[in-house]
Design a protein around this ligand. Structure first.
Ligand code: GLA
Length: 398
């Protein structure tokens, strides 16, 4: 937990609103393999990480919503009765959740909220899902709504669709709510059944390399990919009964009914079908402790994302190509929606320092951008925080 952020939120909250807030945290996520499969009713393998969004919140007597973000040092005041997306962008991940709760018939009142986090924004670690899930989790608690964790994840996802305009799948919100330390979540995005798979890393770690390319194009291209997959499904449905999603389609059917008609759509769908197969193999490798085989699936995944699904970019490709020559790196791939953000690298722990000292200047010289790196530590999902630090360390009352 990031104590500094929690202390700051508490003190700003008390200063602005004159009372002590309740505190909540919801994490960002990594995904080991299974990209762009969630909205195709496929499988994903995410884990929540120790970078999170923190929220200080208290219910109000009226219908006003007052939000303060410390990250952007900005604030808005609005009303529960007139919730619409805000041009500033950042409030939408909170307001969208409040609106979803209303739409589902839950009675909530106004609230004051201060939030901040240490999930790097726009880096593919799902800071937006973390804000949505922190909000959904907190509102559920302070208004005693009794909503299940699964439904909180779906509410957060719908908020992203309607207030941020990204037709995302369920992976990020699910990982943020359900994360478990030392485990990855093997989630079936069709049935929403899941299992926790223990991470046995034996001297290896997941290293994130952040391109610092903000995925500006990502939301339009993301929605286009989703439509292309739906188009592929529609083409097969013309000939085969009982097909609902790419999950139901074999490579043979794709070759027969889609390839001759629309090549781009064919490539997109081919990637998704292969990625689901890779994921199932990867889960077995992880369970058997075969990290070398897991790494191979990750490199293959990147190859598909870059050449067939076309959601990579030169910066991501540079980083993955670079580490292919490093024996200490068993696998690497772009992570998340694409067009920027981070690569995830399966690397020998004691080789991290050396790799970082080589790849950082090489990336900076080739791409004229800074390279950041983090080691992905797994963490638990959304929860209320009971400050562990003694009262004496809390900010003075003003
Ligand atoms: C984004 C979306 C997820 C998922 C990934 C790609 O992170 O929010 O639902 O589709 O992209 O795997």
């Amino acid at each position: 937990m990031n104590h500094e952020i929690v202390v700051e939120i508490s003190s700003v909250f008390e200063l602005m609103f004159g009372s002590k807030p309740r505190l909540f945290r919801s994490p960002g996520r990594v995904n080991i393999i299974g990209e762009h499969t969630d909205y195709n009713e496929g499988f994903v393998l995410p884990a929540a990480i120790d970078k999170a969004i923190y929220v200080g919140i208290a219910a109000r007597e009226d219908n006003k919503i007052r939000l303060q973000t410390l990250e952007f040092d900005d604030a808005i005041t609005t009303d529960l009765d007139s919730l619409v997306p805000d041009d500033k962008g950042w409030p939408n991940y909170v307001l969208g959740v409040a609106q979803q709760l209303q739409k589902r018939g839950y009675t909530i009142g106004g609230f004051d909220m201060v939030f901040n986090g240490d999930v790097p924004i726009g880096s593919g670690l799902s800071s937006s899902a973390a804000v949505e899930c922190a909000t959904a989790f907190a509102l559920n608690e302070i208004f005693s709504l009794g909503i299940s964790k699964k439904d909180l994840a779906f509410i957060a996802q719908k908020a992203e669709h309607e207030f941020a305009g990204v037709m995302c799948g369920i992976m990020d919100q699910f990982a943020s709510v359900f994360g478990k330390e030392q485990h990855v979540i093997h989630l079936d995005c069709r049935s929403i059944e899941f299992e926790y798979v223990p991470l046995q890393m034996e001297g290896y770690a997941f290293l994130l390399l952040n391109t610092n390319v903000k995925h500006a194009l990502a939301s339009t291209e993301y929605n286009t990919r989703r439509q292309q997959c739906e188009r592929g499904v529609a083409l097969v449905q013309e000939h085969v009964e009982g097909v609902r999603s790419l999950r139901d389609i074999s490579m043979e059917q794709l070759d027969r009914w889609v390839r001759p008609v629309e090549d781009i759509v064919y490539q997109r769908c081919k990637y998704v079908i292969e990625e689901n197969q890779r994921l199932l193999a990867a889960v077995e490798h992880l369970k058997n402790g075969d990290l070398a085989a897991l790494g191979k699936e990750m490199f293959e995944s990147h190859n598909g994302l870059s050449t067939l699904y076309d959601v990579s970019c030169r910066e991501l490709d540079f980083l993955v190509d670079f580490v292919k020559k490093e024996p200490a790196v068993l696998g690497a791939r772009m992570m998340g929606g694409g067009f920027g953000g981070c690569t995830i690298n399966l690397i020998k722990e004691d080789a991290i320092e050396e790799l970082v000292s080589k790849i950082t200047p090489a990336y900076q010289e080739a791409m004229e951008l800074q390279l950041d790196h983090y080691i992905a530590k797994t963490a638990n999902g959304s929860a209320e925080i009971k400050p562990e630090f003694p009262e004496s360390l809390m900010p003075e009352k003003i």
